[in-house]
Design a protein around this ligand. Structure first.
Ligand code: 5AD
Ligand code: SF4
Length: 462
């Protein structure tokens, strides 16, 4: 113990949640202790997301709040890590509240940076200068050591863990900041991933989610053999203790798709869930986004998935109001969404990101109120579909992996004492709320569904 207390706040995607978990355990290893309260903390770290402007604004307003706290507590060290740190670098360091700026590639240095900032009260910057260049072997090894040494916990949800299959992205969809903040694609060695999953399993982890921006394009040459995601899933399925395997996010691509679907169909451990964003249903917009497929081809891909894996649940992402999106283009998106019959869609308004091709070459032509109208319409169409799909579960039994206490108190289901409201997820990623003992957290349970809503199923423990 070095006596110093750290509070970490995390914004953004699963990648960030994993980084937060890695940083947390690295800091504990280095003698820091963690707290859920900003008041108690000597150090506040914010793990940031740059994917939309709104995410960055939330971080900036949080920094404003920390600046006030520092007026009464000038020794407080504030560190910004993650995508926004890489994107803004020294500009962020100029912020009055900020002492440390550390990009995603530099997180193995975080304990050292904090120690230096505490000792010398100097500002510390660690980001990648040339982010689009291939990461050096040295850097990859450092990240790999950090990843495999500390990637053994996700304290938030018992018996579940994220494991990175690959870092970065090479796709350069024209709206997307990810390649500019997380750098080029690097796949981790299969043996490192499998060893890590074995270790997690020996510590009681039952569900592993493999992560990558385009995880289905995972590819690693080992001797004469090329490992793809299906091989990883197959090898991980053989690990004792691992019950469920999930993976996110997939890019609509034919490469390895059949193999991945087949392992899903064949292995009871590989969950029948596919998150495969379409982004738009208009071929013109898909081209402008640099997505390499047409709407018709994408729908064929989904049809193939459903034919190979009956009962598969599919989720998607969409961006509305991309530059040049006409009413007709938007209608094509509505059509695609209806035909795809997603179990759930994540829908976003286009947000220009500095430095991306769309931002440099295309004007943000769709007015804010039109974006708002389109997002509301698309959400309503999806809600109706989700509601219909959820209703199929009425009176049926589902198996869930219990996450713990339900954060929201849902109406119509009472219960307290040793029978509080719990939340779990099915293999197909449905959220299930029911009453049961807290000791079920991290265990599998069977629930009979008595009520449904578009995104949540409610039921009774069997
Ligand atoms: N504006 C709005 N949404 C975006 N996404 C990525 N970049 C942007 C942007 N500039 C969405 C995509 C992606 C999800 C993670 O975020 O739908 O799949
Ligand atoms: Fe961004 Fe496209 Fe890469 Fe996804 S595939 S992270 S949207 S560039």
């Amino acid at each position: 113990m070095n006596g110093k207390i750290v509070h970490i706040k995390s914004f953004g995607c699963q990648m960030n949640k994993l980084d937060t978990a890695l940083v947390s355990s690295a800091l504990k290893e280095a003698g820091f202790s963690l707290t859920a309260s900003v008041k108690e903390a000597d150090v506040v770290l914010i793990n940031t997301c740059s994917v939309r402007e709104h995410a960055e604004q939330r971080v900036l307003s949080h920094l404003g709040h920390l600046k006030h706290i520092k007026e009464n507590k000038p020794d407080l060290i504030v560190g910004v890590i993650g995508c926004m740190a890489q994107r803004l670098g020294d500009k962020l360091l100029e912020h009055e509240a900020v002492n440390i700026v550390c990009g995603p590639t530099q997180i193995p240095q975080i304990a050292k940076l904090i120690t230096e900032a505490l000792e010398r009260n100097e500002k510390r910057l660690a980001v990648t200068e040339k982010i689009l260049q291939k990461t050096s072997e040295n850097q990859n090894q450092t990240l790999e050591r950090f990843e495999s040494a500390y990637g053994i916990e996700d304290k938030k949800i018992p018996s579940q863990a994220y494991v990175r299959a690959m870092r970065g992205c090479n796709n350069f969809c024209t709206y997307c900041i990810v390649p500019y903040v997380r750098g080029p694609e690097v796949c981790r060695a299969p043996e490192a991933i499998i060893e890590q999953i074995k270790r997690l399993a020996s510590q009681g982890v039952k569900q592993v989610t493999l992560l990558g921006q385009t995880v289905n394009s995972y590819k690693y040459k080992k001797g004469r053999r090329i490992w793809c995601l299906a091989d990883l899933l197959d090898a991980a399925s053989a690990i004792e203790g691992i019950e469920w395997l999930k993976f996110v996010t997939s890019y609509p691509s034919e490469e390895f798709f059949d193999e991945i679907l087949q392992v899903m169909a064949d292995s009871p451990k590989v969950c029948n869930y596919l998150h495969i964003p379409a982004q738009s249903g208009s071929d013109k917009i898909l081209r402008a986004m640099n997505r390499n497929y047409t709407a018709a081809w994408y729908l064929e891909l989904l049809a193939k998935a459903r034919a190979t894996v009956p009962g598969i649940a599919i989720a998607g992402d969409f961006i509305v109001g991309f530059p040049g999106e006409t009413e007709e283009d938007f209608e094509a998106t509505v059509e695609l969404l209806k035909k795809a019959r997603y179990r759930n869609s994540f829908i976003f308004k286009y947000s220009p990101r500095p430095g991306t091709t769309a931002d440099k070459r295309l004007e943000d032509t769709v007015p804010a109120e039109v974006k708002q109208k389109r997002i509301a319409e698309l959400l309503a169409v999806q809600e109706k579909i989700s509601d219909e799909l959820s209703r199929d579960f009425l009176d049926k039994e589902v198996k869930v992996l219990v996450e713990g206490l339900s954060k929201k108190s849902h109406l119509n289901i009472g219960g307290s004492g040793d029978n509080p409201q719990l939340v779990g997820r099915t293999a197909t990623d449905y959220i299930v709320v029911f009453n049961g003992p807290t000791s079920l957290a991290g265990q599998f349970a069977k629930v009979k569904i008595t009520k449904t809503s578009p995104l949540t199923l409610f039921g009774e423990l069997i």
